[in-house]
Design a protein. Structure first.
Length: 179
């Protein structure tokens, strides 16, 4: 009578590769390799017919804390943005002034003032007060002052944030994956 050890040694289990019909039934399509043999795709391979599924595990979260802001970087960035804002302001004022001139607003104002001032109508010209040169010059002056003020205030704001962050711990944001 054979012992348990000899039975285990004599019994061998053979595992056959699934046939094309079996893989079609199981839902995983079989593919052929270079030698023409059919093989099942590995678990990490995507099957051509099935869409990629989103992971169903727990949502990943990350907590970020801004505990210091570099004042030099803030100054450079605020200066660049303030210059861009100044350019946009000058261009916008130029366009508005040109549209008002093309629409005849300045002539309409001159004729309205002439009807109100019957005796001295030719002495008034709105162009002397709101001429293109004066308006653009004033706009450039205001834009230059804004560049200096915005840059200075942003830099001082960075220093104040760093002081407050040392006391209170900074600004914290929690980011999570979206399914």
């Amino acid at each position: 009578m054979p012992t348990a050890g000899s039975i285990a040694e004599s019994e061998t289990t053979t595992v056959e590769a699934p046939t094309a019909r079996q893989t079609a039934v199981s839902g995983v399509p079989a593919s052929t390799d270079a030698a023409g043999k059919q093989r099942r795709p590995k678990p990490y391979e995507e099957s051509p017919r099935e869409p990629k599924k989103a992971p169903t595990g727990p949502t990943r979260k990350a907590r970020l804390r801004v505990h210091r802001v570099d004042p030099w970087s803030v100054m450079k960035m605020s200066f660049a943005l303030a210059i861009a804002l100044g350019i946009v302001t000058v261009v916008a004022v130029t366009l508005v002034w040109a549209v008002l001139g093309a629409a005849g607003v300045w002539d309409a104002i001159n004729s309205s003032v002439a009807t109100v001032l019957n005796d001295n109508a030719d002495a008034f010209d709105i162009g002397e007060y709101v001429g293109f040169g004066r308006i653009i010059g004033l706009t450039i002056l205001i834009a230059a002052i804004d560049v200096v003020l915005i840059t200075a205030l942003a830099t001082v704001g960075a220093f104040l944030y760093n002081l407050a962050a040392q006391l209170l711990g900074g600004f914290e944001v929690t980011l999570a994956e979206d399914d």
